[in-house]
Design a protein around this ligand. Structure first.
Ligand code: SF4
Ligand code: SF4
Length: 695
């Protein structure tokens, strides 16, 4: 460009060839680092649920445009760190483009006499590189430093590498501006230079400020010229160092590559479905004992983690002082992989791997594994789409199916499931006691019905939850729906067995139920329990059971829309709605319950600070309903979040949540003034003039 010379003062092309050596070092470093890691990932099992490529590519491109380029996922969930990452990401991208374009433009012009850009266009571009590249990156880095060392949010865990990485990138940005300022001071702002042009210099405002600073402290143009050369090479050496450091340590910077890879390869299963364990009868091992028992995608997960702590911030187990932090869990597994994989990679064909110094589950901690409620809050916020629940359940499977090691309460629940077909020990009632006197038919009596009402163990057998079963029957009758129940033929879907790690028991129970459902030629099922919904809808297809399964909130909302249910009696209450994890996050049902609530006259709906995708677990999922809980109780934390809204009714759509949250509100001494009710109970009160059906 007239008035501005690319690669000025560095001895281009002879010395400038070193630039390309730096680039080669960078590319080879990245390729080598990835190859080393690839050998680790290859130790994993095949990924059975990868699905077809075309929709995967389409989905990834859609995600890349909004979640990577626009940072929607980051910005929506956390503004400050979202903006910070946005600035760092775009600053880096713009600088990489700027460097590549400058090299290309210069060489094309120099050796092929091709001019890519006019002078004025180049000046405009230099403004973009200056502001949208260097300055943006510098602001992002300063925000990162301020957050990590001044704000210090509890979720941040500073590793040894963090200050090194931040310092390295900051040094790159600063030396870049210093080089630019020195060049301008010696040329565009030097009246003795043939490149003198103040108007050109103004197109790079940050470099201009640096140039002013150098002349302000008395640096002569010739001193600037000498310093420029030294700083230019310092800057280039730092670039090579940054890439080398990334490749050798595979630090968090590598998430630039591994993060998008992990997003691309994420599972195609429905959100709520656990990965099935095939060939149970013939397989020799169960669950994850060593890193080679995970799939390669799970090993990729461990490398994709940026240690950002978003998952930990959302985890109910961590919030209630349990030993589980999903961030730490993934980091421990990453560490375990780094220690164990080189040993496994070096084995010759057929050579037996030596026993690890510490078994993996011991490194992770058994109590850590049993603390998870499988609520999915961690996965919902993870910016690189890590699938924590799979790894936790795989290790539970190893403990239960290989080692027979589990808390006594888990053992009791599993025994009850096996012996009685439900996990509730000590119950005296039968599955049809709740329906006595209501004139509800069973499928055995008449299977020519429109829907099967799947009652579920808790609503059928637990005293408080039976109200829900009766309320559901009332609503169905009111709308004139031809329905039946399985009655004594209904057993647990197997959800707790699967989540507690006993895949064998789950598959046995599921196959038995599928056989019953198929015998009655069941097409459509309505559940009151979100856990039953999830297992019947998302997991039974893995075993050949395909039915149209809906939750009552979806079914009843449709009945209200059609005018077949008319809530008329005003229920004067301010209501906060609690999104059950298995209805909301796992199955995306957020709006139906709120629409039902709004259809009931008199109800004012308020939202808790954590609602919808960010809802806070009641503490019962993942089999935790049947395990002892020590220390701070998750339901008490959720009850407090409800009390903070000032609402008088906590409304839910799940029998587990009703029990858990009633106990939580009681523990806060507020059960006299604040009520926990299922939405069905309120709807029946409003829609049936004679009141809910009674046994
Ligand atoms: S699923 Fe829920 S309880 Fe389990 S680690 Fe994730 S956030 Fe924590
Ligand atoms: S698992 Fe995901 S959310 Fe958690 S620390 Fe790692 S990258 Fe962040």
């Amino acid at each position: 460009m007239p008035g501005r010379e690319e690669y000025w003062n560095i001895g281009y092309p002879l010395l400038g060839a070193l630039v390309y050596i730096v680039m080669v070092i960078a590319i080879v470093s990245i390729a080598y680092g990835l190859y080393r890691r690839y050998r680790f990932w290859r130790l994993g099992q095949p990924m059975p649920d990868l699905g077809p490529w075309r929709p995967r590519i389409r989905r990834f491109l859609a995600l890349a445009s909004v979640d990577i380029l626009l940072h929607r996922r980051f910005l929506k969930k956390d503004l400050y760190p979202g903006l910070m990452h946005f600035f760092i990401f775009w600053g880096t991208v713009v600088l990489l483009i700027a460097t590549t374009v400058a090299a290309l433009e210069h060489n094309l012009h120099e050796y092929l006499h091709i001019t890519l850009f006019t002078t004025s266009y180049k000046l405009q571009l230099s403004l973009v590189w200056d502001i949208g590249g260097g300055l943006l990156l510098a602001v992002g880095l300063l925000m990162a430093l301020y957050r990590r060392y001044v704000i210090r949010p509890p979720r941040l865990n500073t590793l040894f590498e963090d200050p090194i990485i931040l310092a390295l990138i900051l040094a790159l940005v600063i030396t870049g501006f210093v080089v630019e300022g020195l060049r301008m001071g010696a040329t565009e702002l030097n009246p003795a230079s043939e490149m003198y042009s103040v108007s050109n210099a103004r197109w790079s405002p940050v470099g201009f400020l640096f140039a002013k600073l150098f002349s302000g402290v008395g640096m002569s143009p010739s001193a600037m010229e000498i310093t420029h050369k030294a700083m230019w090479w310092t800057h280039s050496a730092l670039v090579a160092l940054a890439f080398l450091y990334g490749a050798l340590t595979f630090n968090k910077l590598t998430h630039i590559i591994v993060g998008p890879m992990n997003a691309f390869f994420r599972s195609d299963r429905p959100k709520g479905a656990l990965r099935p364990m095939p060939d149970l009868e013939t397989r020799e091992s169960f669950g994850a004992r060593d890193i080679g028992d995970f799939t390669w995608k799970q090993l990729l997960d461990f490398d994709a983690c940026t240690n950002c702590g978003r998952c930990q911030d959302q985890c109910p187990a961590w919030a209630s002082d349990k030993p589980l932090s999903p961030r730490k869990l993934i980091q421990v597994l990453k560490g375990y992989m780094e220690q164990r994989a080189p040993v496994l990679v070096s084995l010759k064909n057929g050579e037996k791997p030596p026993e690890p110094e510490t078994p993996m589950v011991k490194d992770v901690g058994e109590e850590v594994l049993w603390s998870c409620t499988t609520c999915r809050a961690c996965m919902e916020v993870c910016p690189v789409f890590i699938e924590h629940i799979d790894s936790i359940v795989d290790m539970r499977r190893y403990l239960v199916m290989e080692e027979a090691k589990m808390p006594e309460t888990v053992e009791n629940a599993l025994q009850s499931l096996e012996a009685r077909g439900h996990p509730l020990r000590g119950t005296q009632v039968t599955r049809i006691d709740w329906a006595k006197g209501l004139g509800i038919k069973t499928m055995a009596e008449d299977s020519n019905v429109d829907i099967l009402f799947w009652v579920g163990c808790t609503a059928a057998l637990e005293d408080r939850s039976q109200k829900m079963a009766r309320a559901m029957a009332s609503v169905l009758k009111l709308a004139g729906i031809n329905f039946a129940i399985l009655g004594m033929e209904e057993t647990c879907t197997g959800d707790p067995a699967r989540r507690m790690g006993n895949e064998y028991l789950f598959q046995m129970m599921a196959m038995q139920t599928i056989e019953t459902l198929n015998r009655y030629n069941v097409k459509k099922i309505v559940t009151v329990c979100p856990h039953c919904l999830n297992t019947l809808k998302n997991e039974y297809p893995q075993l050949g059971g395909n039915y149209q399964v809906v939750h009552y909130t979806q079914f009843v909302n449709e009945l209200i829309r059609q005018g077949r249910i008319k809530p008329t009696k005003a229920i004067e209450t301010t209501m906060a709605y609690h999104d059950s994890c298995y209805l909301g996050r796992h199955n995306g049902i957020f709006d139906d319950p709120r629409e039902i609530a709004r259809a009931i006259p008199g109800i004012k709906v308020v939202e808790m600070a954590r609602s919808r995708e960010r809802s806070f677990c009641c503490g019962a999922g993942g089999g935790r309903m049947w395990m002892d809980e020590t220390g701070t109780r998750i339901n008490a934390l959720r009850a407090q979040q409800f009390l903070d809204t000032g609402a008088d009714t906590l409304c839910v759509s799940c029998p587990f949540c009703v029990q858990q949250l009633e106990e939580g509100v009681r523990s806060k001494g507020a059960s006299e003034t604040r009520k926990v009710r299922d939405l069905l109970e309120i709807l029946v009160e409003s829609a049936t003039p004679e009141g809910p059906a009674k046994s």
